[in-house]
Design a protein around this ligand. Structure first.
Ligand code: CO
Length: 294
């Protein structure tokens, strides 16, 4: 991996780690998640990075792909498991990281963090995906807890937030090799026992898929911005709240999804409604692997 690229990955990761520290010092029950998301996104830009995807804030059974709507009134309550998944980039080189806040100590949070550490202990050039998964799963299983089976860690690349290889959090026989020069994100999701997530309502996040002819002027504008300004990276519906009326915005997004011009990311909830914790770090698989987001 090119030194210049390594520095970009590191810069994104360092900014993410600094933001995490500041957020964990200020977040508390009563915090409005809309304010939290907007604050983190502003901090990302103020640190000279780009937003790789809208800040995901998933409370309890809301596991992934939830970002607040423009008029979101939800506040953090005592005991909530609040997953904050943040993506930053420098010229497209991404730091993908997540942590879980709760106003009290919680075994799922500890288990998620320790499962990431277990993975970090075995990651090096040449290790198989199956070995990394094994380390994660063993760590969680030893605590009598489970993982979300259909969410995985993943590779990262220039302007790619989810690339190969997939790194499951459950045992598998995958002999695909984690190679020197890869950037990968490890992200176990912990719940009471092994479970799954399912597509749910609402959809607040979208990304550019392909150019298509669409009728609405608003839709054409959104498509252009998503391709050029966001470089195909995911964006939030609320980012357009000040530009178009909610009615026009919803219509335009629906039209773009129907035309297969945009990819929708429906919110993912734990299938049985159980609370979930998450931890995530980005690792550069160099001869000596580097965790950029620590
Ligand atoms: Co990720």
């Amino acid at each position: 991996m090119d030194d210049e690229i390594i520095e970009k990955y590191k810069k994104a990761g360092k900014a993410g780690a600094e933001i995490k520290k500041e957020i964990l010092e200020t977040i508390k029950p009563g915090t409005k998640i809309l304010n939290l998301a907007e604050k983190i996104e502003k901090m990302i830009v103020d640190k000279g990075c780009g937003i790789a995807f809208p800040v995901n804030i998933g409370i309890n059974e809301i596991t992934a792909h939830y970002t607040p709507s423009h008029d979101d009134e939800r506040v953090i309550e005592k005991g909530d498991l609040v997953k904050i998944d943040t993506g930053l980039h420098v010229d497209g080189f991404v730091a993908d990281m997540a942590y879980t806040y709760c106003d009290q100590p919680h075994e799922y949070i500890k288990a998620a963090e320790e499962a990431v550490k277990a993975a970090l202990d075995v990651i090096k050039p040449g290790v198989t995906v199956g070995k990394v998964s094994e380390a994660i799963y063993e760590s969680v299983e030893a605590k009598g807890l489970g993982v979300i089976r259909n969410l995985t860690g993943h590779g990262l690349d220039e302007y790619v937030i989810h690339g190969p290889p997939n790194i499951p959090n459950i045992r598998n026989e995958n002999n695909a090799v984690i190679e020197e020069g890869m950037a990968i994100a490890i992200e176990p999701f912990i719940t009471e026992s092994d479970g799954t997530v399912k597509d749910s309502q609402p959809t607040e996040i979208y990304s550019f898929l392909q150019p298509k002819a669409v009728r609405m002027n608003e839709a054409r504008q959104i498509l252009e911005v998503s391709a050029i300004e966001f470089n195909g990276l995911p964006f939030a519906k609320r980012w357009f709240a000040g530009v178009f009326s909610q009615m026009k915005l919803s219509m335009a997004l629906r039209q773009l999804v129907q035309a297969e011009a945009l990819h929708p990311y429906p919110v993912l909830k734990e299938s049985q409604g159980r609370p979930v914790a998450q931890a995530e770090h980005t690792i550069l698989v160099l001869e000596d692997p580097v965790v950029t987001t620590l």
